[in-house]
Design a protein around this ligand. Structure first.
Ligand code: COA
Length: 319
């Protein structure tokens, strides 16, 4: 992927918010619905529980409102809304249209679908809009995978869940937070993970696992190279929250210690577009980032897509 021109106008995250449905499904709950067990799910995935419920629009409005409030921006001053989702509420219009209306925005709004890599695709898109003159962009990553999950299929139902994370990104003088980005896709892998319109998710878990580690490492390495950095320069790795074994294998290959990794998967399950913002803002809210720290986000998903980005944390949210 291209190196960011030094002349590009930069942006920084100035507000964020997350949302999870109230209803929690534990592994024990699942073991009453299908032939599985808490022990198996914890051991093979790292997941203990997941949140399910709500619509993509309702969760997006919740996280988006929090992000706007935290940034302290006038909703009418937002220049674009990007909603990353694999689970729109309707085929037409884009779910971002409803979210735009309910948040009181007057700007252009569009959905992007890059599966679980979507938030990072959206982050690159948001910074691209800012480079082209937008002043404030609202980026939301939301998925309600519980609606396209077959709750009798133990192959998929143990993994997927619902959630949302949002960020307000504002233009700044100078280079801004983004040091590098990479987006990738291999459409030949479509049969490995897909859902027909109106249908349930189908997945070849073993092959997805095998490829996930490779494409995460490849994408992360590209961003590191483009930024002229090594993994040792990174304070926090925020990987897509799909399976702790995938996260461990990818971090090991990258040379990133696990204590430098943001993980919420045990509480949330795989929330696709929401997974990276949920993990990132959990780490920020827990005080794990200092001003100037470098953060590497890296995702993978159906498509098969992959995406990574390195940002310099601007210190917002520190006491
Ligand atoms: N509960 C209990 N047993 C289960 C089970 C479940 N939910 N699912 C599978 N099993 C059994 C299998 O039948 C198999 O039994 P056998 O050895 O008697 O044949 C055994 O457990 C191992 O199954 P396997 O499919 O090899 O498990 P795995 O270690 O590959 O784990 C996944 C399965 C789905 C957890 C794992 O492959 C995975 O996470 N893949 C990536 C998926 C992903 O990230 N998707 C989202 C991408 S964004």
């Amino acid at each position: 992927m291209p190196i960011i021109p030094t002349s590009a106008r930069g942006g920084v995250i100035t507000g964020w918010g997350t949302a999870l449905p109230e209803k929690i499904l534990t592994n024990d709950d699942l073991s009453k619905m299908m032939d599985t067990s808490d022990e198996w799910i914890r051991e093979r995935t790292g997941i203990h529980q997941r949140h399910v419920g709500g619509s993509t629009a309702s969760l997006s409005v919740e996280s988006g409102r929090r992000a706007i409030e935290m940034a302290g921006v006038d909703p009418l001053a937002i220049d674009a809304l990007i909603l990353s989702t694999t689970t729109p509420d309707r085929a037409v219009p884009a779910t971002s249209a409803r979210v735009q209306h309910e948040l009181g925005l007057s700007c252009g709004a569009f959905d992007i679908n890059a599966a679980c890599s979507g938030f990072v695709y959206g982050l690159a898109t948001a910074h691209g809009l800012i480079a082209m003159g937008a002043n404030k962009v609202l980026l939301i990553g939301t998925d309600t995978l519980s609606r396209i999950t077959d709750w009798t299929d133990r192959n998929t139902a143990i993994l997927f869940a619902d959630g949302s994370g949002a960020a307000v990104i504002e233009a700044v003088e100078g280079p801004g937070e983004m040091l590098a980005w990479d987006i990738a896709a291999d459409g030949s892998a479509e049969p490995l993970l897909y859902a027909e319109i109106g249908g349930f998710l189908h997945m070849d878990g073993k092959e997805v696992f095998r490829r996930a580690v490779r494409i995460m490492v490849d994408s992360a390495q590209k961003s590191l190279n483009n930024a002229g950095l090594s993994i040792d320069d990174i304070s926090l790795v925020v990987p897509h929250q799909a399976n702790t074994r995938i996260i461990k294998a990818a971090c090991e290959r990258l040379g990133a210690p696990l204590d430098k990794t943001a993980i919420v998967l045990h509480r949330t399950g795989n929330t696709s577009s929401a997974s990276i913002p949920l993990a990132l803002f959990d780490a920020v809210d827990a005080g794990r980032l200092q001003r100037g720290d470098l953060v590497l986000m890296v995702g993978f998903g159906a498509g098969m897509t992959a995406a990574s980005s390195i940002i310099r944390w601007n210190g917002k949210g520190l006491q």
